[in-house]
Design a protein. Structure first.
Length: 120
């Protein structure tokens, strides 16, 4: 999530990867969320599991324009995606686009929901 210049909260799907125990996100320079995160880096990211529940990370995003970090992020994203190995080079070339930024979410708190505790 992010906050638009007019104060409206916004939320969209974002690609993520776990690198060295931190959740990293990606965006490109031409997106509204990128401009918003540069103005105000506060964010929240929700992950869910169909039988267990969800966790929300509340924190700030620290975006970088760093080729080594971008490659590490994209490699992790490709590896997790289950694509055939022969598509790796083409996929990496497509995703490593001009203006692509990556960075970790610096966690301030977690909000968890364990749906297994619901009583029916």
């Amino acid at each position: 999530t992010w906050v638009a210049a007019n104060g409206q909260s916004m939320g969209v799907w974002v690609s993520h990867a776990v690198i060295d125990g931190e959740v990293w996100l990606t965006t490109t320079g031409n997106r509204s969320k990128t401009r918003a995160w540069k103005r105000d880096p506060r964010t929240s990211v929700v992950f869910s599991h169909p039988t267990m529940g969800s966790v929300t990370i509340v924190g700030t995003i620290d975006l970088h324009d760093n080729a080594e970090e971008r490659t590490a992020f994209l490699t992790e994203l490709f590896n997790r995606g289950g694509q055939p190995e022969e598509l790796r080079e083409l996929w990496m070339k497509h995703m490593d686009s001009e203006g692509r930024l990556v960075g970790p979410v610096k966690v301030k708190k977690y909000i968890t929901f364990d749906q297994r505790k619901l009583v029916f």
